[in-house]
Design a protein around this ligand. Structure first.
Ligand code: MCN
Ligand code: FES
Ligand code: FES
Length: 905
């Protein structure tokens, strides 16, 4: 133990801490200063940044023993408070700088340190600073953060007033379509909003801290598990194996496709017979501290018979590959597409045919907050599980039978989440903490470190695609033939649905009269496939968008004009034979065209012998919703003080469920004069709010938005008096009119048939991307200098949120194009190793343009937005590389060595 007096946020405090403790642990665990977050825990993300004696440090790698006596430490709590926001915090709110907000305290302290030393930084100074200090953000694409720093500096220097940055509710109370900040913003910028790991530290003293015993091989039979030595380790309360699981010990994928050859009961909660992938859990150690639990986990002995591991779809499809789940073939689901006439004669006679093979790999989600959660038995005897789940009711159904608990006795709650990007569409540790709480009858908390986040959560499923396009001499597409194999890892949940996405989105955006193709879902031993933002479309559309450029090349046509000729117009049908609900792609291409021409000129004149510049275009389309008649429910209640409470399970990854709910509810309630400050939100607790469905498929603004609108309209109708004025709560009571209303909505859509024909989504999002790149042909290094996106997401609810969604998704697309991968389990198990894009990899110059075509089926005309920006930006980047230097990349990521190899070819 060491003891020293240090000054923290202006107060002198004596701290007695273990000699090996890190400053972050001391701040968070001993002093309760949980505003400082731990992300990577490895010095790579800056979430833990604090100011130590005027210098910015990453407190997760700063030993407390090395903090000098009487050191001066400033954490986010010392920068400002909700009652007295610092200009930096105010600017962060005004610019939408906090999406999930997990990186925010680190950025705020980092900005404070920057502005203390350089009160007038240029945008490049800011970017250099965040790069140097490794401040990483996965949500925002960084642009709004630099905007915020610029405005904060102006306020501090007296060039702007705080007032200028404070959002003012317009006189008519309309916030829908404005820059109103999200309700959680103040908590996020001040570090007062508690995420799972923060709440976990504040749990009762008898809480058990959990550690997992995990596989370090990818495929094996389990011969025995010996926990005896671990049980004797200090602080250990119990060591749990599959024998302690009361239910079926399986997470069910809720299979709905009758042609799926699996039964969906393939994912063990705790492995019993087999290891299916690296990281699979054998046992849970429950102990007094996480350190003790982790130390004891090392002592559990597992005897394995190692089996051949099939680490890709082609490997698992080989004739001699064994069945990974005995009894179920490795190819367990096949989805065909057949639209229009047979393609064989078309391809035979077409003047122009192009064909290529494509691969989009195992993109890791890399949220700033690693996975975590906790569980306990409440006073009603119900099991309560808190996690980052973005599908609370869905996950309850997936884990209840495995745990052996009745659905009615299971409560799911979402903690504020530091980003998921879809990995939490699958349950992760929910069932593990559930097992532990049931077996010990004590609160149990589990926190993954970053390596576990990488190794034991799902990843984007790689698609291997062979694609052919046939066209006439003028560039009109005549037909398409596709073949795709989906490497879905060992667990089948939603793998069939993902394979269907190939049929729905390869070639989407274009009027292709005839399509034939087949896709298949393949079980492998690599990381299990979970949803990832834009789910299936980045793989599908990469193939068709890159092949469109190859077609343009063969035809000698401009790639933008080839697209212009073929995009959806009146009379066109989507690949599933559906009529698009709006036709905004031609308009968006028209908007982009002058910028494109100027960019081409610029690229030509700015290219040198060693640095070649190019411009690439791509079209992105994605559906809002789950296939078919996707439904949602929300409630609204008029309270005795005449405020209104909205109840919904619109889960928040960080995208802004709070803003979405408030904006939509306030628009619905505006006719009754209910102003936004009178609206309260109760979100994301299955014991308090109804089933609004999971926050996936960019569905919430549309589907849950419609449910909120319906509830609001019902309440407004109840409040309305015959004379057109509105009743107060007291008047409603006096008139015996109910004060609580249910809103339900179901999408007018129908699922696809066995040929992938149908009207799966009532609303789509559309975009046109343009990338401007520079390729250093001596090193193969690509720099994206500018991205432009013309987007149609319908009417916009929160402009701040929507801008942020687009910037952030584009940044993830640049990562997907150039660096991100989780193929090599050892090498890619950290942010840096997996190619996380820091600020200098993302251009400061990102231009957004909107076409707001009102959606007939969207609430107040709104569509969805979350996934649009990641549908296809990477294809624009890859097309730009080819234009710049002739290197045609078809398999991602386009790391320098791949670009050099393509150049040589
Ligand atoms: N919105 C709006 N106006 C529109 C459309 C949407 O203001 N016309 C707002 C909504 O109110 C909501 C946000 O934009 O705040 C996204 O809405 P929507 O597209 O309906 O998507 P969901 O709320 O269902 O969110 C899920 C979506 C998905 S599927 C992933 S994955 C994703 C994403 O959003 N993960 C994210 N965005 C993310 N953003 C962050 N920061 N972190 C993640 O993990
Ligand atoms: Fe400290 Fe990532 S740098 S948590
Ligand atoms: Fe930066 Fe989410 S807001 S990581």
């Amino acid at each position: 133990m060491i003891s020293k007096v240090v000054k923290i946020n202006g107060n002198e405090i004596r701290v007695i801490a273990p000699a090996d403790a890190m400053l972050a642990e001391v701040l968070r665990e001993q002093l309760g200063l949980t505003g400082t977050k731990i992300g990577c825990g490895q010095g790579q993300c800056g979430a833990c940044s604090v100011i130590l004696n005027g210098k910015l440090v990453r407190s997760c790698i700063t030993k407390f023993s090395r903090v000098d006596e009487s050191a001066d430490i400033i954490t986010v709590e010392g920068v400002g408070s909700p009652e007295d926001l610092h200009p930096i915090q105010l600017a962060w709110i005004a610019h939408g700088g906090a999406q999930c907000g997990y990186c925010t305290p680190g950025f705020i302290t980092s900005t404070k340190a920057l502005l203390d030393s350089n009160p007038n930084p240029t945008r490049d100074d800011v970017r250099d600073w965040f790069q140097k200090n490794k401040n990483a953000c996965r949500c925002t694409g960084y642009k709004q953060l630099v905007d915020a720093v610029q405005d904060a500096a102006k306020i501090i220097n007296g060039d702007m007033s705080k007032e200028d940055l404070i959002f003012k509710i317009p006189a008519d109370g309309k916030i829908f379509g404005t820059n109103f900040p999200r309700p959680t913003a103040v908590g996020k910028v001040t570090g007062t909003l508690d995420y799972g790991p923060d709440v976990s530290l504040k749990l009762p003293e008898n809480t058990l801290r959990l550690a997992l015993v995990q596989a370090t091989v990818s495929h094996a039979n389990i011969k025995s598990i010996d926990t005896s030595e671990a049980e004797k380790m200090p602080g250990v309360y119990k060591v749990l194996t599959h024998n302690d699981v009361k239910g079926k010990n399986r997470i069910t994928g809720l299979i709905t496709f009758p042609t799926n050859k699996g039964d969906g009961w393939d994912r063990p909660i705790l492995c019993d017979e087999k290891v299916f992938q690296y990281g699979d859990a054998f046992a849970i150690v429950c102990a007094d501290t996480e350190k003790n639990a982790r130390a004891a986990a090392e002592k559990v002995k597992v005897d394995l018979e190692v089996l051949p591991a099939y680490m890709s779809a082609p490997a698992a499809m080989a004739d001699d590959a064994m069945e990974i789940h005995p009894g179920t073939p490795n190819v367990y689901f096949v989805q065909k597409i057949a639209k229009g006439e047979d393609t064989a004669p078309i391809f035979e006679n077409a003047p122009v045919v192009v064909e290529d093979d494509f691969y989009v790999g195992r993109q890791p989600h890399m949220p700033m907050e690693p996975d975590n959660g906790f569980a306990y038995i409440n006073d009603e005897g119900k099991l309560v599980i808190h996690s980052k789940s973005i599908g609370l009711h869905l996950h309850a159904a997936m884990i209840a039978p495995g745990l052996g608990v009745e659905l009615d006795n299971l409560v799911m709650v979402q903690n504020y989440a530091g980003g998921t990007f879809g990995y939490k569409f699958s349950p992760t540790m929910e069932a593990l903490v559930g097992v532990a709480a049931m077996a010990t009858e004590r609160p149990c908390s589990l926190r993954y470190n970053y390596k576990q986040q990488m190794q034991y959560t799902g990843k984007r499923s790689p698609f291997f695609i062979n694609l052919r396009l046939a066209a006439d001499k003028e560039g009109k597409i005549l037909g398409m033939e596709s073949d795709w194999s989906v490497d879905h890892g060992p667990y089948s949940e939603f793998g069939d649905l993902l394979t269907l996405r190939g049929a729905q989105f390869i070639g989407s955006g274009y009027d292709i009269p005839s399509i034939r193709g087949e896709g298949r879902t393949v079980c492998t031993n690599h990381a299990w496939g979970s949803a990832f933002r834009a789910y299936g479309s980045p793989q599908s559309e990469f193939a068709s968008e890159v092949l469109m450029d190859e077609l343009a090349e063969k035809l000698g046509m401009d790639p933008l004009e080839l697209r212009y000729k073929n995009v959806y117009r009146q009379g066109a049908k989507t690949p599933t034979g559906q009529d698009p609900e709006v036709y905004s792609l031609p308009e968006m291409l028209d908007m982009i065209r002058p910028k494109y021409k100027a960019a081409l000129d610029k690229a030509r004149s700015n290219s040198t012998d060693s640095v070649k510049r190019g411009v690439g275009i791509s079209v992105g389309v994605y559906g809002c919703g789950l296939d078919g008649p996707d439904a949602s429910e929300a409630w609204m209640e008029l309270n005795p003080d005449d405020t209104v409470t909205v109840y919904a399970c619109w889960e928040d990854h960080g995208q802004g469920a709070d803003a979405g709910t408030l904006g939509t509810a306030s628009e619905a309630l505006r006719p009754a004069g209910v102003t936004p400050d009178r609206i309260k939100l109760v979100l994301n607790d299955t014991s308090k709010a109804p089933n609004s469905g999971p926050a996936g498929g960019s569905r919430s603004q549309v589907v849950t938005g419609q449910a909120i609108k319906a509830a609001g309209e019902a309440l407004v109708a109840g409040m309305k008096k015959p004379d057109g004025s509105f009743r107060t709560f007291a008047e409603m009571q006096a008139d015996k009119i109910p004060t609580k209303y249910t809103g339900k909505w179901s999408a007018p859509a129908s699922p696809c048939d066995e040929n992938s024909q149908g009207n799966p989504f009532a609303v789509y999002m559309y975009g046109v991307f343009m990338a401007e790149v520079a390729v250093d042909v001596t090193t193969g290094e690509t720099t994206v200098e500018k991205m432009t996106l013309a987007a149609d997401v319908g009417k916009i609810n929160s402009r701040l949120v929507v801008d942020g969604q687009l910037y952030g998704g584009i940044a993830q697309g640049i990562g997907l194009a150039l660096t991100e991968d989780y193929e090599d389990i050892e090498k890619h198990s950290s942010l840096r190793g997996a190619g996380f894009p820091y600020i200098k990899q993302i251009p400061d110059d990102i231009e957004l343009m909107y076409v707001e075509s009102p959606r007939p089926e969207g609430p107040f005309g709104a569509g969805g937005v979350g996934e649009l920006p990641l549908t296809c930006p990477h294809a624009a980047v890859i097309n730009a590389i080819a234009k710049a230097c002739g290197a045609r990349i078809t398999k991602l990521p386009a790391r320098p060595e791949k670009v050099l190899a393509a150049l040589k070819r």
